[in-house]
Design a protein around this ligand. Structure first.
Ligand code: HEC
Length: 229
């Protein structure tokens, strides 16, 4: 018994050595080229890239964890990578094809909703090109003193909310224009929801909570009269 075990062990070792020397193993894990391992320091997966997926793709009935239509659950780094991103190569990435290259035969996404805006597309492309790295816990640059509607609030809505809250699909109302955002602000829902307060709907639905700095931007804007500035 012992002899069999040890010869088995030896053949396993041999296979290992052959793999190392001859590079003959199939199914070896994909190894990211050295120059693509650090990603773009200005892009944070959690706060820049994941919200694009949460807002535009992971709506209920589409690619959220529960529905995962066509097998696509687009709510976490692992599940996003598994199904459609080739690090360093947007053109070969199914997810990129579906949002940015019509005519490849891959279904155009998001289905029955406006396409991704140029800012989101640029971020996504750059993220894939620089290695599609999961940068760990981080937040995008935020200045809590930037609390004008156009400078701070509207871009935040666009990044985290309007994929779900737009004119075509608007459960809970649109957040694409000043009047609607102001409405949500003055009746308290906007701040209650983004702070995940008891009795409110935690927003962005299914996504990570906005950072303390981002919440502070909204608070200051509301406190200053939620102006169209
Ligand atoms: C993945 C989709 C999705 C995203 C992203 C999302 N929402 Fe919502 N939101 C919903 C749905 C669905 C409802 C309706 C919930 C309900 O009534 O149960 C809703 C409701 C709301 C409401 C009204 C509901 C209430 O509290 O009375 C507000 C305000 C709101 N969302 C704000 C936001 C803000 C602000 C963001 C971005 C920071 C955001 N949402 C991101 C899906 C989303």
């Amino acid at each position: 018994m012992k002899i069999i075990a040890s010869s088995l062990w030896r053949s396993l070792m041999l296979v290992g050595v052959v793999c190392l020397i001859g590079n003959s193993c199939t199914h070896s894990p994909y190894v990211l080229p050295q120059n693509l391992r650090t990603g773009d320091p200005n892009i944070c997966f959690e706060s820049d890239i994941l919200p694009i997926f949460i807002s535009n793709c992971a709506k209920s009935g589409c690619h959220d964890a529960a529905s995962h239509r066509s097998g696509y659950d687009l709510t976490s780094y692992t599940s996003i990578m598994k199904k459609g991103i080739i690090p360093g190569n947007p053109a070969a990435s199914k997810i990129w094809q579906s949002v940015a290259i019509p005519g490849t035969g891959v279904e155009v996404m998001p289905a029955e909703a406006p396409g991704l805006n140029a800012t989101s597309l640029n971020l996504l492309r750059r993220w894939i090109e620089t290695g599609a790295v999961d940068s760990g816990a981080c937040y995008s640059i935020c200045d809590s003193n930037n609390f004008t509607y156009r400078g701070g609030i509207a871009p935040m809505m666009q990044k985290y909310c309007t994929g779900c809250h737009n004119s075509t699909s608007a459960p809970g109302g649109s957040l694409t224009d000043y009047a609607s955002v102001k409405n949500a602000a003055v009746d308290g829902r906007l701040l209650g929801d983004i702070q995940h307060l008891a009795g409110y709907n935690a927003m962005p639905q299914g996504g990570l909570q906005l950072s303390a700095c981002q919440v502070a931007q909204v608070k200051k804007w509301v406190a200053a009269g939620a102006q169209n500035n």
